[in-house]
Design a binder for this molecule. Sequence first.
Ligand code: FMN
Length: 405
Amino acid sequence: MTRLTNKRVLLGITGGIAAYKSAELVRRLQDEGADVRVTMTQAAQAFITPLTLQALSNHPVHLDLLDAETESVMGHIELARWADVIIVAPATADFLARLVAGHGDDLLTTICLAAECPIAVAPAMNQAMWGKVSTQQNLTTLRDRGISIFEPGDGLQACGETGTGRLMDVPLIVDAVSGLFKTGSLAGRHVVITAGPTREAIDPVRYISNHSSGKQGYALATAAAEAGARVTLVSGPTALPPPDRVTLVRVESARAMLDAVMNVIDGADIFIGVAAVADYRPATTESQKIKKQGDGSITLQLIQNPDILRTVATLKDRPFTVGFAAETEQVIDNARKKFEAKKLDMIIANDVSNQEIGFNSDDNETTVITRAGEETLTLMSKATLARRIIELIADQLVTESQTHG
Ligand SMILES: Cc1cc2nc3c(=O)[nH]c(=O)nc-3n(C[C@H](O)[C@H](O)[C@H](O)COP(=O)(O)O)c2cc1C
């Protein structure tokens, strides 16, 4: 299970001999799903090169406070806002003193001053430095201020002495970082969601589509990410901004949506088909714009599109599969038929004949149907509804795993 999915970790490296272990720390944090950015003090750069950390983190390393160019790209305030947590590992005795004094004389101390997220320090130093009253008093002050101290271990030190001051082992730091966050109900799960309409081309300028805005699917993607899941959102054309912390794959047609889903579905835990996929597409797509011909009518022949929900639901190792039924009449009956016919795990019945809860509205009212029964979720915002649906899915997954051992 990846414990840091969607989490943004800013790793501060200071100038201790243990700085080389930070390279391993970047990798192990990434293994847990974290997005890691690195900032280094000037002294740290004497121990390990920024190039190494850049290559490992896949991002430029942040080094200077008073550098106009880097400040304009992602400045110290933006970095402080970006981070869900700041980890300083290794933290030198000098850095701890500067943090206690509230200094802002380099990039890392200034980010810590500007940060409102949790901060943790992993001190590493010679055993005598660790034992100094000044160091211990600084640690007490930091602890009192709510900063987490990842305590160093005992043993042989790089200087040849034996005692306390070795950087906490990297796996233990990763455990401690994970422990700073509440575990979401979908932590470590991969969720694939489709959203929005599809567009079926008639010719290069015209298409068949529908009124789906994508709002409910995007809200579900956000709610799943909030619950700790890794989320892939396959979206037809919408006017919505990409949700935060979600991998967005944009497509146009139903066939492109099916291809995009099949590319990512292997190993996924949950599939939620919210997209209003066009049931039919023109039998042929003209390569040139169709010209008006006299006063007469023209006939457009339509053929059936692939059924994405059914395709996913019939996979051998299928994910927990959730469908949406947008209906205009006999909503529950029709949804139930779709639930049975496609052998879904859950279906959400939506009355789109009602303008207040239809395609483009901000609110929704639905009935959730599972094998266990029906539950009506009365009028609420699409964002709130999304969180409720995600919790219902998470509950079902827990029930299923208990049933199947
Ligand atoms: C070879 C060498 C190793 C050092 N190792 C440590 C160390 O492990 N811990 C520590 O607190 N300071 C260590 N120092 C001292 C720091 O590098 C020094 O206090 C520096 O100013 C820290 O700067 P920074 O906190 O901005 O990174 C070491 C110095 C040298 C020359």
